[in-house]
Design a protein around this ligand. Structure first.
Ligand code: SF4
Ligand code: SF4
Length: 92
């Protein structure tokens, strides 16, 4: 099921989704095993077609990709968002 919010934050405002380095992707398609319908297939290569379906904080596809071709943002990105949400500071 698609997340609408992540800890109260609108999912659409969070840039959490995989990116693929096609220079090193070998086309094994194991990443398509993600059952959140994030990946599709085009010309024998995986493509990220539903980026907002990606579960915020998940890194499973990057872990199982044997070539290291999948990248996700660093966890620090999420910590920053969470800190900003919890902050009462209005200057940033
Ligand atoms: S798991 Fe990695 S190497 Fe295999 S198709 Fe996906 S991105 Fe390419
Ligand atoms: S990070 Fe998780 S939810 Fe997102 S595409 Fe990869 S396996 Fe699927």
């Amino acid at each position: 099921m698609k997340e609408e919010k992540w800890f109260g934050i609108n999912r659409k405002t969070i840039d959490w989704f995989p990116t693929i380095d096609y220079d090193i992707c070998n086309g094994c398609m194991i990443c398509l095993e993600c059952n959140h319908d994030v990946f599709g297939k085009e010309d024998d290569k995986p493509v990220v077609c539903n980026k907002d379906n990606c579960i915020v904080g998940c890194t499973a596809c990057a872990i199982v990709c044997s070539e290291g071709a999948i990248k996700l943002p660093p966890k620090e990105y999420l910590r920053r968002i969470a800190r900003h949400r919890n902050s009462s500071c209005s200057c940033c």
